[in-house]
Design a protein around this ligand. Structure first.
Ligand code: ADP
Ligand code: MG
Length: 321
């Protein structure tokens, strides 16, 4: 099958490639054309996933299709943007009908869950990798950035932490577990749910926001730096799933929550007057600490002692000291 036939058959024909709100022209020309209503801005983010680095190779292509789009859309959720379109640049070592069919099905399913249209891409031969660019809309001036945290704000997360990192030994086949432990952890790894609705609910309310992809402490560092504040994380407030604690034990589960990547849960700061109202509306908001004057990130035990670990999150290109 040639390049153009492959694009037509697996991607242009998918239901997620049939356009949608904001898509003036989709797949088939030299560019897609996207429309943003007056008074709104275009939010754009790109993510690359490389086989053997961001996912095991081989792996289930259906699950990979879901995951590759979910992690990209999570960045739009973190900005309080409404996702509406994406492109897919796919590099494949060989063309295998079964693999493409399953990948496109997983992608399509996540696209429908996130209400985004596939509007273009690129298809090349080489070591397996994919780059997804996602597009969202946000009213001018209302995007949630990393820079708005204020001393006195609560530090919050939108869900349980550590499940992505906890799932890794299962994903890599290094360990096994009973279904009641393995299933929720694997589901979290392979089909994370971008917190789009929470991002929209936080518009105009959160001080700073981002999604946790490199580990809680490392990502807190980004907010602290961008906002010019210090963040205090309280270890005993970290929301840990039952499955994670049963799988790793409490101490290792806390370690996964603090330093493991792949959570794709929102991390944000909230003025105290906003917290109760949002929780009363039913949003899954967990307070994990406080914003204070100063700089950097500290981890505190229940007595307020500083127990900050040295190693934080995953960084590509970081040399060992
Ligand atoms: P060009 O050579 O002009 O860059 P291509 O021949 O690479 O265009 O692609 C033809 C059309 O198919 C374009 O509209 C492009 O966006 C789309 N396309 C290519 N690869 C993919 C893909 N993997 N998924 C979705 N659309 C794709
Ligand atoms: Mg062209």
């Amino acid at each position: 099958m040639g390049e153009f036939e492959l694009i037509r058959h697996y991607f242009a024909a998918a239901s997620c490639a049939q356009g949608g709100e904001g898509v003036a022209l989709g797949i088939g020309d030299d560019c897609a054309l996207l429309a943003v209503p007056p008074g709104e801005q275009l939010a754009v983010s790109t993510d690359t996933l490389v086989a053997g680095v961001h996912f095991p190779d081989p792996c289930d292509p259906f699950l990979l299709g879901q995951r590759s789009l979910a992690v990209a859309v999570s960045d739009l959720a973190a900005m309080g943007a409404t996702p509406f379109a994406f492109t897919l640049a796919l590099t494949l070592p060989t063309v295998t009908a079964d693999w493409l069919q399953a990948y496109a099905r997983g992608l399509n399913q996540m696209a429908q869950a996130c209400d985004v249209a596939l509007v273009g891409g690129d298809t090349t031969r080489g070591p397996l990798s994919m780059t997804l660019t996602v597009f969202g809309r946000v009213p001018c001036g209302q995007a949630l950035t990393r820079g708005g945290a204020q001393p006195g704000d609560w530090l919050c997360v939108g869900g349980e932490l550590g499940n992505g990192a906890g799932a890794l030994p299962l994903v890599l086949g290094q360990r096994t577990a009973e279904p009641d432990i393995a299933e929720p952890l694997l589901a979290h790894y392979w089909s994370p749910r971008p917190q789009i609705d929470l991002g929209l609910a936080l518009r105009g309310k959160a001080g700073a926001a981002m999604d946790i992809s490199d580990g809680l402490l490392a990502d807190c560092g980004h907010i602290a730096l961008a906002s010019g504040v210090a963040l205090h994380v309280e270890r005993d407030r970290l929301p840990l799933s039952k499955a994670l604690v049963a799988f790793l034990g409490r101490a290792n589960a806390a370690h996964a929550a603090l330093s493991g990547g792949d959570d794709y849960v929102l991390l944000f700061t909230l003025p105290s007057v906003r917290l109760m109202a949002l929780q009363a509306e039913g949003w899954p908001i967990h307070v994990i600490g406080r914003v204070v004057a100063g700089q950097g990130v500290a981890l505190l035990d229940s007595d307020g002692h500083d127990i900050t670990p040295k190693i934080r999150g995953y960084q590509h290109f970081r040399e060992t000291p």
